[in-house]
Structure formats: C-alpha cells, structure tokens
Ligand binder design. Structure first.
Ligand SMILES: NC(=O)c1ccc[n+]([C@@H]2O[C@H](COP(=O)([O-])OP(=O)(O)OC[C@H]3O[C@@H](n4cnc5c(N)ncnc54)[C@H](OP(=O)(O)O)[C@@H]3O)[C@@H](O)[C@H]2O)c1
Length: 254
C-alpha cells in the first residue's frame, strides 16, 4: 500500500482530481492540498470535494487559485510552503477538451487561434508551473511522485485517427514538458518519479459529450481509474527520462 505524507492535487474540483484527493486521504496522507479555481466546478457540484473539506478539516487544505496563470501558482506555492517543507505526491488534473464555445476540431477547417492557445494554456502550462514552483519542496530524501494526467491521444507515435488538433497538440506538448521536467528533476531532485498518465475513458464532465454510446465496460468510474493509476504509480520503476503509462500499466510511447 502506497503512503505519501504530503500531497498536492491540482484541479481537485474535477472528476479525477477529487478522486485523487479522496484516495490520498484513504491511504493515510497527513496533508492533502487541493486546488480549485471556482466554487462551481464538477467536484463542488457533485459534493465530493466539499465533503472531503468538511470531513477532513485537519488533513485537506483547500486553495482557491487559477493554476493556469503564474500568479495563481505563486499563491498555491505560498500557501503550501507556509504549511510544509516537503511534498511527496503531486498530480496535475487540470485539463480541458471542450467548453461552451468550442469542441474538439475534426478537421483543419475548424482550427481557430483562441481554442488552440487556450488548450496549451490549460492542458500544458499548469504542469510546467507546478514543476517550477514545487521543485524545491520535492527535493528531499523520501520517495516522491510528480505526475500529470495526460491522454493517449497526446502520443505522436500512437496517432492513427487524427483530429482533435488542439487537444492532441496540447497533450503532446504536456508530454514533452514532462520529459524535460524529468531530466531536470533527475539532476536536482533525483528521488522524484516523473510520470505522464492516461486514465482511460472516465465518466467525468470532460468525457460526457463523447461517451454516450460507449460500451459501459470501457467507461470507467473515477474510483476505478484512480485506483488503477495509483497502482501504476506505485509499481513502476523511476525512469530518469520520465515515462508515459496507461491506467493498466501499459507503457505508451511519448
Ligand atoms: N475523463 C476522461 O475520459 C479523460 C481521458 C483522458 C485524459 N483525461 C484528462 O484527465 C484530466 C482531468 O479531467 P477530468 O476527466 O477529471 O475532467 P473534469 O472533471 O472536467 O476536470 C477538469 C479539471 O480541469 C479544470 N479546468 C478545466 N478548464 C479549466 C480552465 N480553463 N482553467 C482552469 N482550470 C480548468 C476543471 O476545473 P473546474 O472544476 O473548475 O471546471 C477541473 O478541475 C484532464 O487533463 C483530461 O484531459 C480525461
């Protein structure tokens, strides 16, 4: 059973983020910092994050900030740094595929500047900021994990279907950022495993418009997906170059 003392879940309002927070609490983490950007996200609506905050006031530390902006990450680092001097588990769960203005582009005709840049900002930038502002707290003697929820569609080698330009491109960028972060962390904080994770198709806000006709056996609950990803996190060896894994332990090419 994995045991991480201090954890930071970025994007804990979301389906996967709130589940990671719950899982870390169940596994005995002493302090779980949970970030969220507004009081209206899915986790708040479903009540999961709110219930965790209410039920574990001494162990769950909510931080309201927009982690896609540098000033938001500075605030997150300030609050965490006032409470602890080490972080042992960090996962970024912020990401987006569609919003009220845009859905994934099926063809080049649908590409637009706003959506493209927003995808990079939301899907790739928070992980870079997390690495920048938390490298110091991850430099210690204990085992540690720095992970981000990527997506299989971000793998260049695995791309057979095309489409979803902004999402694919921004997840490919996220993967490259993780590969770079792994190399720098290996020099600066060699105790840290750096991982990109594919959660499978999970029943959350992000997947809901695309999962209606899916075989229910292939649509995971957040509970199932997060448990499987935690097993992967625990079982894989540290790779000094970082690595990309699916929920079932399959190694995905970058
Ligand atoms: N669900 C799947 O099938 C699936 C598959 C592959 C990869 N993933 C990846 O898993 C990660 C978590 O997604 P999820 O399934 O848990 O979806 P979700 O429930 O929609 O959660 C998405 C998270 O990202 C935050 N977010 C979205 N847009 C944002 C923005 N513009 N600025 C700041 N924060 C923003 C959300 O905050 P609010 O709660 O405030 O909106 C929420 O915390 C994402 O990176 C996604 O790409 C999911």
């Amino acid at each position: 059973m994995y045991k991480f003392e201090n954890a930071l879940i970025n994007g804990a309002n979301g389906g996967l983020g709130s589940q990671f927070a719950e899982e870390l609490i169940k596994c005995g983490a002493s302090k779980v910092f949970v970030t969220y950007r507004s009081d209206t996200g899915a986790g708040v609506q479903s009540g999961k994050l709110a219930a965790l905050i209410q039920n574990y006031p001494d162990r769950i530390h909510p931080i309201k900030a927009d982690s896609t902006k540098e000033e938001g990450m500075v605030e997150i680092a300030r609050v965490v740094g006032e409470e602890v001097s080490e972080i042992h588990f960090l996962v970024n769960c912020v990401g987006y595929l569609h919003n009220s203005d845009h859905g994934p582009e099926k063809s080049l005709r649908k590409i637009n500047e706003e959506q493209f840049l927003e995808a990079v900002r939301v899907n790739a930038f928070p992980t870079v900021l997390l690495a920048k502002y938390f490298m110091k707290l991850m430099r210690h003697k204990k085992e540690a994990v720095f992970a981000a929820i990527s997506a299989r569609v971000g793998s260049i080698e695995d791309n057979r279907a095309g489409g979803w330009y902004s999402y694919r491109g921004s997840k490919a960028m996220l993967n490259m950022m993780l590969s770079n972060i792994a190399i720098e962390f290996n020099r600066s904080c060699p105790n840290v495993k750096v991982l990109a994770l594919h959660p499978g198709t999970v029943d959350t806000n992000l997947s809901s418009p695309f999962s209606k006709n899916m075989d229910p056996d292939h649509l995971f609950t957040p509970e199932y997906s997060v448990k499987r990803m935690m097993d992967v996190i625990e079982s894989v060896d540290k790779n000094p170059l970082g690595a990309f894994y699916a929920w079932d332990g399959e190694r995905i090419p970058w």
